[in-house]
Design a protein around this ligand. Structure first.
Ligand SMILES: Nc1ncnc2c1ncn2[C@@H]1O[C@H](COP(=O)(O)OP(=O)(O)OP(=O)(O)O)[C@@H](O)[C@H]1O
Ligand SMILES: [Mg+2]
Length: 403
């Protein structure tokens, strides 16, 4: 007899006072919203729902079959299944159990996925993914991404920064990196580490400086996918994504590849900028990405005498945050030294953490850290030895393609 799976029972959702029970079809329908973040499809489609048991008192037990017993995203499934199923009328409790797919079932899954091998889960050890976005260009996304990454790292949190802006890449420059990435023995790209300790990846490492690169939509998707799948990010508390301006294809790509990602929207303080920034919020809602908050950048400029000028207006960040119902994560003043340090690759938060702009970004980093879960991921395949590094040609124009 198969062993009864371990079942984590949620606290009672409500009492079923004679309410009708949901049908198995309704529960299954809800489970189609539970996405495997590595395989990027829902667990029903993947054949990972082993059983659904609807008890007369409204308790619903769901058993999810995992690809490995020590699956690091187990708690993701636990939470997602509980939240989906408990939203059905008549459900009083949700029990989520786990077992492991048989070899035969894994074979079927591989066929469903149309791949020879199951993905190794390059992001399995990445706890939080935050996309830094804006409606219009030049509002300081890259400056925020690089400084926030350095600030999180300085707080002892392992952080990576991925430049998703393939035309206007800025992360290597802002974080002070001028090396090319190596590739390890598993043909994974090793993300160059900034002096601040932040791991980085950017298309800038693969193209000649100042060369004009033309990207078509599918190429863009593929490049981002590779940066997520084929880069050895390792264990990270935060991976920050510096998005290009606007609301283009990239959001679609990211929501498909990273349904668990959250968005931080950068805006300038003039209320007129709000309608543009709001578009990025609408885009996020459309593709189902959660917005964690708004950052107002280029707020008042304070002279050395302490006089403050609101060059770009006032209050736009708070207005936008209230409008979309998310917190204002903080406001960053206009600061010449913030720009100067970004230009030479020495983030202000590291060089002058006490400066007004540096301190404001550090505060945001603390708020972000307080808002996101920080459970330790279970190490995947910890026994595997680190493969030897292989040098990628200095002028390499292509990323090593796996499979
Ligand atoms: N608070 C600030 N004070 C002064 N200068 C700033 C501030 N924030 C950003 N800058 C400067 O403004 C310019 C644009 O910033 P940044 O490149 O970070 O914007 P972006 O939103 O990433 O732009 P793009 O949309 O082109 O990617 C940079 O020169 C940067 O140093
Ligand atoms: Mg930018």
């Amino acid at each position: 007899m198969p062993k009864e799976p371990d079942r984590g029972i949620s606290p009672p959702v409500c009492q079923n006072w004679g309410m009708s029970l949901p049908s198995e079809e309704q529960v299954t329908e809800k489970l189609t919203a539970v996405i495997d973040p590595e395989l990027r499809r829902n667990i029903v489609e993947l054949g990972m729902v082993r059983s659904i048991d609807i008890k007369p008192d409204g308790q619903v037990d769901v058993t999810v079959s995992l690809t490995t017993a020590g699956c690091p995203i187990r708690s993701h499934f636990q939470d997602a299944v509980t939240s989906q199923v408990s939203s059905l009328e008549g459900v009083t409790k949700v029990g989520v159990g786990f077992d492991v797919l048989s070899d035969e079932e894994k074979g079927t899954l591989q066929q469903t996925l149309g791949r020879d091998k199951l993905p190794q889960g390059a992001l399995a050890q990445v706890n939080n993914v935050i996309c830094v976005a804006s409606g219009k260009g030049g509002v300081g996304k890259s400056t925020m991404t690089s400084n926030l990454a350095a600030a999180l790292q300085a707080q002892g949190l392992k952080t990576g920064a991925l430049d998703c802006d393939v035309y206007g890449y800025s992360i290597p420059r802002m974080l002070g990196i001028d090396v090319k990435p190596d590739v390890n023995g598993e043909r994974k790209i090793l993300p160059p580490e900034a002096p601040s300790g932040v791991k980085t990846m950017s298309i800038g490492y693969f193209v000649e400086e100042n060369s004009a690169v033309v990207w078509r939509g599918p190429m863009l998707h593929k490049a981002i996918q590779q940066f997520l799948e084929d880069v050895a990010w390792g264990e990270l508390d935060y991976l920050l994504l510096d998005l290009p301006p606007g609301t283009g294809d990239i959001a679609m790509t990211l929501s498909q590849l990273l349904p668990q990602a959250k968005l931080a929207i950068v805006t300038t303080p003039q209320p007129a900028a709000q309608s543009v920034a709001r578009r990025s919020a609408e885009m996020a809602n459309k593709v189902d990405l959660e917005i964690m908050g708004v950052i107002e950048n280029m707020s008042g400029f304070t002279t050395p005498d302490g006089e403050t000028f609101s060059i770009f207006g006032e209050g736009g960040g708070q207005l936008l945050a209230d409008d979309i119902g998310v917190p204002l994560l903080g406001t960053i003043p206009l600061s010449e030294e913030l720009r100067e340090h970004a230009d030479v690759g020495t983030p202000l938060v590291v060089e002058k953490p006490e400066s007004p702009a540096g301190a404001a970004i550090i505060e945001i980093a603390k708020r972000v850290a307080a808002m996101s879960p920080r459970e330790l991921p279970m190490l995947q395949d910890a026994s595997a030895e680190a493969p030897a590094a292989v040098k990628l040609g200095a002028n390499a124009r292509e990323l090593p393609v796996l499979q």
